[in-house]
Ligand binder design. Structure first.
Ligand code: UGA
Length: 435
């Protein structure tokens, strides 16, 4: 028999977790204070773009294992396991803002009728789970609960796959009873021998930050190697491939580009530096990664300037705004920094993105021209810049592009085109880290 579960927060983490846990056979209520979101979900609409999620959500709602509500008190009272999946956005100084976690914790303390396991899914600074425990004891005067740190490792756009096929499940725990309940919650994964890492709360919290900071470092490393490749005439893809053949390095996350973005790497690297500061341990490497990643974004504008000369009055067609393909998310997307720099330099910007247009309008409004078709975005452009590696751009008809464009310059920051073929068509082409 599945567990009765409440998931607080229907953002990215909360929603995918709730839907996935219901599919494992648990009975899940997803709650949020945002009425509009709950309304949407109750009408079968998903507030985020995540391939495959809707089908599984619909199935579990139909089969009576999944529901959505704004009644947080009731959801907590009727559940044995409470997942906290609210946002922890960065504050001005880079620290994680825990106010949503705090309000979830208050609701839990007010509604602690029976024994409960309180599971933190949100990415939270080291020590937060211990703080949650103390806070609940202080507010409720009760100790009939246990806390669990269960960080998530989902990638946007691949979240459904990642939820059902995780590389590992990390469970930070203090009590054996809670540990056994977590095995039950994840029984489907436990049975197919997904690796489980059981550890203390602080270790689980740190695993999440260390993993994201390491991946951000890996990307930044290959970006700097790519920059060096350009200078010495080497090909970064061959370098990365050969490096990746060493099992200790692995070929993944060695794809160069305009810098990492998204809601996680930028936030978590900054938070790790702040955590280090708090404990007097210098995270100098991660600090440098953050700086180098900012440079990488700006470097794309410098490259374009080198190719095109003075940008004032030039028309730039941009394909891709999302921080990566497969999502409509523009949080910390390199496109934001790059477009702002281009605007500052007096360029006229025409853009297309298959998913992120709505988010782009919120950020740029009418400062840039939005187009619903990639070919419209490049019409009369002096240069074409690829910022997101959407598959539909890979099969772009470059002959049509050359007819539509005024100029013949292509800056491909994701290396999606074949340099030789592109040049054969008469384009002046540059990618990242290869000739
Ligand atoms: C990342 C992690 O991959 C997840 O494991 C983690 O759960 C998640 O953060 C999180 O903390 O919630 P995500 O932000 O969805 O997932 O995106 P990634 O696929 O990791 O890409 C992040 C950025 O790195 C993107 O801007 C992408 O374009 C860039 N990237 C990635 C590269 O430039 N090169 C690569 O080789 C890989």
């Amino acid at each position: 028999m599945g567990k009765k579960i409440a998931v607080i927060g229907t953002g990215y983490v909360g929603l995918v977790t709730g839907v996935g846990l219901a599919d494992f056979g648990n009975k899940v209520i997803c709650v949020d204070i945002d009425r509009a979101k709950i309304n949407m979900l109750n009408h079968g609409q998903i507030p985020i773009y995540e391939p495959g999620l809707k089908e599984i959500m619909d199935k579990n709602v139909r089969e009576g294992r999944l529901s959505f509500s704004t009644d947080i008190a009731n959801a907590i009272q009727r559940s044995e396991v409470i997942f906290i999946g609210v946002g922890t956005p960065p504050k001005e100084n880079g620290e994680a803002d825990l106010s949503y976690v705090e309000s979830a914790v208050e609701s839990i303390a007010e509604n602690l009728n029976d024994y409960k396991v309180i599971v933190t899914k949100s990415t939270v600074p080291i020590g937060t789970n211990r703080w949650i425990k103390e806070k609940i004891i202080e507010k409720s005067g009760k100790t009939n609960f246990n806390v669990i740190s269960n960080p998530e490792f989902l990638r946007e756009g691949k979240a459904v796959h990642d939820f059902f096929h995780p590389d590992r499940v990390v469970i930070g725990y203090e009590s054996e009873k809670a540990k056994e309940i977590m095995k039950d919650v994840y029984r489907s994964l436990y049975l197919i021998e997904t690796p489980f890492v059981f550890c203390n709360l602080e270790t689980a919290e740190l695993i999440k930050y260390a993993s994201n900071a390491f991946l951000a470092t890996k990307i930044t490393f290959i970006n700097q190697i790519a920059n060096l490749c350009e200078a010495v005439g080497a090909d970064v893809h061959v370098v990365a491939k050969a490096m990746g053949m060493d099992g200790r390095i692995s070929p993944k996350f060695l794809h160069p580009g305009p810098g990492y973005g998204g809601s996680c790497f930028p936030k978590d690297t900054k938070a790790l530096v702040q955590i280090g500061k708090r404990y007097g341990v210098e995270m100098s490497l991660v600090n440098e990664v953050i700086r180098a990643n900012e440079e990488q974004k700006k470097r794309m504008v410098i490259k374009l300037e080198r190719m095109l000369g003075n940008l004032k009055g030039k028309t730039i067609g941009i394909l891709g705004l999302a921080f990566k393909a497969g999502t409509d998310d523009m949080r910390e997307s390199p496109a934001i920094v790059i477009i702002n720099e281009l605007l500052k330099k007096g360029a006229k910007i025409k853009v297309h993105d298959p998913q992120a247009e709505e988010n782009a309008r919120k950020i740029f409004g009418d400062l840039i021209e939005h187009h619903d078709n990639e070919y419209k975005a490049m019409k009369d452009a002096d240069a074409l810049v690829i910022l997101t590696e959407w598959n539909q751009y890979r099969s772009l008809d470059l002959e049509i592009a050359s007819k539509l464009m005024k100029g013949n310059i292509i800056l491909d920051t994701r290396n999606i085109f074949d340099p030789l073929k592109t040049r054969e068509l008469g384009f002046v082409y540059e990618g990242v880290g290869r000739k």
